[in-house]
Design a protein around this ligand. Sequence first.
Ligand SMILES: [Zn+2]
Length: 389
Amino acid sequence: MSKKVRIDKAKCAVVGCVNQHVVLHRPPASEPRRNVWIHFIYRGNVPTNVPKTLFVCANHFEEQCFSNLRQFREGFAERLHLLEGSIPSVYPNENVVESNEVGGSYYMELEGLKRSLDFLKAQGITLDSIVTDRHPQIQKYLREINITHYYDVWHIEKGLTKKMIKIGKNKDCTELNKWIRSLKNHIYWTAASSTTPKERIAKWTSVINHVQMYTPMKMMHFLTTPAFCRLEGLWTGKRILKDVEKMSPHLQTSSVESFHSVILRFAPKSASFPFIGMLCRLYLAAMHFNENTRRPQATKSTGELMYRVFYPKYRRGEGIARPIKEKATFQYVDDILELVFEEVFHDPASYVQEMQMIPIPPPLSTEHSRPDKDTVVAGFVSRFNPAPV
Ligand SMILES: [Zn+2]
């Protein structure tokens, strides 16, 4: 029979499980059940030498595998008892990535992508290509799994524009500022009008000739200035050309970015939420986004399309027009209320059960041991208010 252990140093061996349950279980000693456990632990890729001692945390078992789950949850049992013959089957919390699972928020992008791709694969969806920013880890990962990777044009344009503005700030390069707007347009035009990497490169580099050709006679000296030299360097660098080859011809990531801003409305970064709270907020954000993302542009009673004009500081008095969309709708709120009052309140058992099935990792802060309050207070005294000697 598999034994339960509660050793602080022991870790759950399941590949990808970091937020493990405090209760660990040992695989059975005898075959063939041991083999099933080992396969589960390594997600099918069993290494040649499997360590003798392995543990699997309680997060990987269905609730019915435990004989005393209720007592454990209510605090009457210290250990969870696994029923004879149970096998692990749950890879927990697949879609919300917590930053400490992967070693910091920088690494979350890759982990989130991996889980999303696994999820899509499990749904039977095969991917042909994917559009993201130029995050290096993601470039490497997609190369390894052979998915065509396109780069979002806006990210490339933003990076280049920043560099051009920086160059334009130099005393001898101010001429460049006149060109920045057209150069920006050229970036989008190159992406939208080309179909092959070769074509993209050709159109991209043509801009240098274009600047040469369309520089008015009296401004010809521009072509011999440091500004033009630096522009040429920026535009034809090895790295940027590599990125240009992969500029996305069709889809961009802007709708994902706007989904992120909806998420920030529902789950502001300045506040922290418990795991379930965060999950619910993400679901709400997704429902709001799905219902409202394709809102048409608002019209006046005369049928004329409506716009709002902005005068952002960086445009120095120049305005930008943006279409005004029709008012957002909240049908999803009515749907949820109806579900809660008409169904959940009458027979909550199945909903409660499903909620309890969601494995909840411990809060981010619990992974470090805490010093006691006196020690922390003493530290404060010594740093800014030297204690009287
Ligand atoms: Zn685990």
